[in-house]
Ligand binder design. Structure first.
Ligand code: NAD
Length: 330
């Protein structure tokens, strides 16, 4: 069984080689992303394995089918980069719905603490033997209100962490969780109330037409002054230009971004020797109260192992049994 593996990184290979060889699967690793220009590399493969920034549009899907490829195995949860509607009935799309919600939830809290306690500044300062505390004043999380948009696996793991810090939790979800409501652990509110009452807002919903730019000029206006915005979900949930404007006017107190709307151009690659062409990203990164990580929230040993194990199982289930519980069906 041959699988063309796109956007391959060195950290992917050990776990995919281990689970792949156990399942009789031969992964052919390509560093390039899958898109209209690179789709020919899938010739001879039974399936393709893709990640968050591969582009699987109509043209790519048609060409995959004509090359005899039978499935698209996403090694991630989100599938906004695949034209799933078009794929339906043409080629199977499989995904890894959960691999470690804790990896993403813990990274979100790491970003928040780093930002509000100025750890990123302290790290640089003390390495230069500068032990001054000027400008380092933070604030307690205890007693603050966090608004969580999307209370699925990651949102709930993040809520647990926040409750451990003694924070109050407001939540919004299109499909509220009865378990969270009945436990009385969170208060579900309308989005407008969440925006107006939260000191910190964290995004954990998928990217869809409904959630596109859920943080925008208008919703930022509804927020408390100095609101802290956390996005470890998908870049296009936030209108980056509106966020930048909110930071410039001091309305937004801080932003922590593991994802960025135009990230596919840059994230996962080393651009340190280049001039960054994206002015909004460059300006955001230049801000003292903005922390950007390059879509690394998932990157723990546990998550990598779970991703490989589930992806291999998905492919085997589909190719050998003709069905897979993790097939994306709309
Ligand atoms: P999940 O499916 O368990 O939870 C998503 C929640 O969002 C669900 O409760 C759903 O009801 C809710 N939702 C759907 N539409 C909504 C809407 N319009 N408004 C509000 N809520 C809505 O998914 P998860 O495992 O918790 O992952 C959440 C997101 O995190 C994924 O969609 C993905 O984009 C992102 N993610 C990021 C990374 C990373 O490395 N940064 C890794 C994994 C996942």
């Amino acid at each position: 069984m041959r699988i063309a593996f796109f956007d391959a990184k060195n950290y992917d290979k050990p776990s995919f080689d281990r689970f792949g060889s156990e399942g009789g699967m031969d992964f052919k690793y390509f560093e390039t992303k899958l898109n209209e220009d690179t789709v020919e590399l899938a010739a001879g493969a039974d399936g393709v394995c893709v990640f968050v920034n591969d582009v699987v549009n109509k043209t790519v899907i048609d060409r995959l089918i004509s090359l005899g490829v039978k499935l698209i195995a996403l090694r991630c949860a989100g599938f906004n980069n695949v034209d799933v509607k078009y794929a339906k009935g043409r080629i199977a799309v499989l995904r890894v719905p959960a691999y470690s919600p804790y990896a993403v939830a813990e990274h979100t809290m790491a970003l928040l603490l780093t930002s509000i306690r100025r750890i990123h500044k302290a790290y640089i300062r003390t390495r230069d033997f500068n032990f001054s505390l000027a400008g380092m004043t933070g604030f307690d999380l205890h007693g603050k209100t966090v608004g969580v948009i999307g209370t699925g696996r990651i949102g709930q793991a993040f809520i647990d962490i926040c409750l451990g810090f003694g924070m109050k939790v407001l939540a919004y979800d299109k499909y509220p969780s009865a378990a969270l409501m009945n436990g009385g652990r969170v208060k579900y509110v309308e989005l407008s109330e969440l925006f107006s009452k939260s000191d910190i807002i964290s995004l954990h919903c998928p990217l869809s037409e409904e959630t596109y730019h859920i943080i925008n000029e208008d919703t930022i206006k509804m927020c408390k002054d100095k609101v802290v915005i956390l996005n470890t979900s998908r870049g296009a949930l936030v209108d980056a230009e509106a966020l930048l404007a909110g930071i410039k006017t001091r309305k937004v107190g801080a932003a922590c971004l593991d994802v960025y709307e135009e990230e596919s151009e840059f994230f996962f690659e080393d651009y340190s020797g280049h001039i960054l062409d994206d002015d909004v990203l460059a300006r955001l990164i230049s801000m003292p109260n903005v922390i950007v990580t390059s879509h690394q929230a998932f990157l723990t040993e546990e998550a990598l192992s779970n991703i490989a194990e589930t992806t291999v199982k998905n492919i085997l289930d589909y190719l050998e049994l003709g069905r897979c519980e993790n097939e994306v069906t709309l």
